[in-house]
Structures are given as C-alpha cells and as structure tokens.
Design a protein around this ligand. Sequence first.
Ligand code: FES
Length: 166
Amino acid sequence: MRVSGIKTLIKSRKSPTDLIEVLQDIQASYNYLPEEALRKVSEELKVPLIEVFRVANFYKAFSLNPRGKHLITVCMGTACHVRGSRRLADELLGMLKIKPGQTTADGKFTVETVNCLGACALGPIVVLDGKYHKHMDASKLRNLIQNLRVKQTGKGNAKNKKRLRS
Ligand code: FES
C-alpha cells in the first residue's frame, strides 16, 4: 500500500475528532485497516497510535485483517439465538469451511458475528454486504450463498466468452 493513497483519503481532515470518519474511508477503500494506514493516521491527526488501534478494535465496522469480497454477519444476540442463529452460523461456517472472523481461502467470503443488530423482532438476522435479511433459515442462507457463487461463476464465464470471441 502506498502512503500517498492514505494521505489522499485523509484529505484536509487533520483534527483528532476526524478519526472515525477517516477510518471509515480507509475501511471502505481497502476493505480493512492496514497497519501502515493506521500509523499514517496517527501521525497526520496527532492521535496516539494506541488510541487509533483502540478505536479500530472497538467498532465492528472496522477490521484489522483483510475481509473477503462478501461480508456475512450473523447476529448471535439473545433474540436471534433463541430463534436458531447458532445453528445458522454453524451451517454457514461449515459450508464455507472457516471459523468466525475468518475469510475463505479464495477471498470471497468473510463471516463475522455480532451480539445484536437492533432488529430483534426480525431475527434471526443475517447481514450480507450491508443488506439485512430477516427471519433467516438454513435454506434461505444456502440459497444466498449459492446465488453469490453462481453470479461470480457467471461473470467469470461471461468474461471468458468475451475474451474467446475477441
Ligand atoms: S438479537 Fe439479533 S437483532 Fe437483536
């Protein structure tokens, strides 16, 4: 990663109160918060590095490790738990062969868990790339994953067909 890219993201924001906003922009651009970027933010915003890491660790929206192309979040809060979110998470993790917080070897999926998304009456809730899916069950979840895999394969096939034609 190039530090100049981070400087562009920081733009004219130089106040410690801009920290979260800057971290959000870096997360959005890189899909995680690289250590090099956090060091630059600390320097530019004059916020101690330990504080930058504390904020980066505190909020679930931030990740210190690269996330997959698709982020799947399973709510494990009490209301979702009693409606079967544990089984859903186990099924999902088994399907993708990863543990919570991990990314699949192909870099396509990251699965994370949270303790409540604030929509308890609609549980169990699974969030896929920012979109909330209410009353989730194993069948719906398998379909979601399958559809994403098909879409990716389809795009790959379309690209290959185009390449073959030209
Ligand atoms: S417990 Fe899942 S949204 Fe509250």
